[in-house]
Design a protein around this ligand. Structure first.
Ligand SMILES: *[C@@H]1O[C@H](CO)[C@@H](O)[C@H](O)[C@H]1NC(C)=O
Ligand SMILES: *[C@@H]1O[C@H](CO)[C@@H](O)[C@H](O)[C@H]1NC(C)=O
Length: 466
């Protein structure tokens, strides 16, 4: 037998190139909002040992980008929200950004995605919509800079959250919010279509499930449902919530005339812990979600979704570490695959090759039903900074009605005179007054919820009844 004909090599090369562009390797989001995380060097070693195919960072940290040089990791970098308006305003500013944050590392660092902003179209602050109109112009500027450098293997996109939708259920009714549909979504889809980029979506079945936590809903969210859902309009058959959410994106794009833009998951995951009243946040569910997710997304041939069978969906899991400086509910600090010391919270094989039956059994889930009972808000650990704690104590006592009256000398909670004990009382008293109005048991990480009643003797700690 002679050598294969020339077209064989051409064809192989073609397959190699396209598969490199949209490989089904699983990515990881590497966030750094923690004051106890391993160094970038150690983090990249961990990411490599976990066999992730890609890494996504929230910015352009020079140390990380240098360290990624020469690794096989494909890299996604991000333009911060607060640079979008500037970049949109002038091509030279975009050129400079690309010079400093791409050309300084590329091609040794395999930058393959530039995400412009993070969840720019969500309503997180009232001034946000000033940026909206600059989003697509900024993306065009960045793309123009890349073209001028003859760089063709970097996609430009923007990760959006599910709150860009007016309707997502049933999936066939997917429709973008009316306040962004014409002004932002159409130009965005035109850009993504023209540049063969991806629609990046942050998609978390955890949120719709936890808002309405039924047992069958949990199985559906964790990819282990025993019954299907049939979309009454499209007739498509769904076996899990993720597919349903992804297809609402497909239908919403289709409604605006774009039926070919590929989808990538810029974030997904499941929290391994959270506040007492955050249902279903546990290691069992988190491991189940992420393992099943990886199995699906790495399947060969690709599974796709009911509306897009066979399509490859590049996926980034959120996230590498539990990050203790993220604000908000307890779950916010527990999306990691790893503890801050680098040890796994639960085992997960990012290649998807390990059979699910090979994993060691996990501790049973204890909070898959909403907690009912009293909850107190106390100092999170013995290792908190004393100065910060006394500042938080003063703050809590300064708001609400008689929040700390019981702590004054001679009153029932004065003894023992300890900042920890007093702060725990003040946090509970504060939270019991403000929980229903949106107040949180957080205090910059100093506080956490507990179901163990800290009251002693005559000193009764106020609580929230769930
Ligand atoms: C999307 O891009 C394709 C290929 O360039 C083009 O033929 C099509 O008209 C575009 N779709 C829209 C709605 O602009
Ligand atoms: C404090 O008490 C007053 C009068 O009873 C009430 O109007 C006010 O809303 C209370 N404030 C808080 C924060 O509960």
């Amino acid at each position: 037998m002679g050598p294969p004909p020339l077209f064989f090599y051409c064809f192989s090369l073609f397959v190699l190139l396209t598969s490199a562009e949209i490989s089904n390797k699983i990515g990881i989001n590497y966030g750094q909002l923690g004051n106890n995380l391993p160094s970038p060097y150690d983090s990249i070693q961990l990411i490599r040992s976990m066999k992730a195919g890609r890494v996504k960072i929230y910015g352009t940290n020079p140390e990380i980008l240098k360290l990624l040089s020469g690794t096989k990791l494909q890299v996604s970098i991000m333009v911060p929200n607060n640079e979008i308006i500037n970049i949109a305003s002038q091509q030279t500013i975009a050129d400079q950004w690309v010079q400093n944050n791409v050309l300084a590392y590329y091609p040794q660092t395999m930058i393959r995605i530039i995400l412009v902003g993070n969840e720019v179209l969500s309503y997180s602050s009232p001034s946000d919509n000033e940026i909206w109109q600059h989003l697509v112009p900024a993306m065009r500027r960045i793309k123009t800079s890349l073209r001028a450098q003859n760089i063709r293997n970097i996609k430009v996109g923007t990760p959006l959250a599910m709150d860009i939708f007016q309707t997502t259920f049933p999936p066939s009714s997917g429709i973008f919010r009316s306040d962004i549909s014409d002004s932002v979504m159409i130009p965005l889809l035109q850009f993504l279509n023209k540049t063969s980029s991806f629609f990046f979506i942050d998609v978390y079945p955890y949120f719709p499930w936890s808002a309405n936590p039924t047992k069958t809903g949990l199985d559906y969210a964790l990819f282990r449902a025993t019954s299907d859902y049939i979309d009454p309009v499209s007739g498509l058959i769904y076996t899990n919530m993720l597919d349903q959410m992804l297809d609402s994106v497909v239908f919403a794009m289709g409604r605006l005339g774009f039926s070919n833009i590929r989808i990538a998951i810029s974030e997904t995951g499941w929290p391994s812990a959270g506040d007492v009243d955050e249902v279903g946040a546990n290691a069992y569910n988190a491991a189940t979600y992420n393992r099943n997710l990886i199995k699906r997304m790495t399947a060969k041939p690709a599974l796709g979704t009911p509306a897009r069978p066979g399509s490859i969906i590049p996926t980034f899991i959120f996230s590498l570490y539990d990050e203790n400086q993220k604000t908000g509910r307890g779950t916010e600090r527990h999306w990691g695959l790893l503890h801050p010391n680098g040890r796994p919270i639960y085992d997960v094989d990012m290649t998807g090759k390990r059979p699910l039956s090979d994993y060691k059994p996990l501790p049973a889930a204890h909070n898959n039903e909403p907690y009912k009972g009293n909850v107190w808000c106390v100092v999170a650990s013995n290792e908190v900074d004393l100065m910060e704690l006394s500042r938080a104590l003063t703050y809590a006592c300064g708001v609400g009605n008689e929040t700390c009256t019981a702590l004054t000398p001679g009153r029932e909670c004065y003894e023992p005179v300890s900042v920890f004990r007093h702060a725990s009382f003040a946090f509970s008293s504060y939270w019991s007054q403000f929980q229903s109005k949106g107040g949180s048991c957080y205090f910059n990480g100093l506080a956490q919820q507990t179901t163990i009643n800290p009251s002693r003797g005559l000193c009764k700690f106020p609580s929230v009844a769930l």
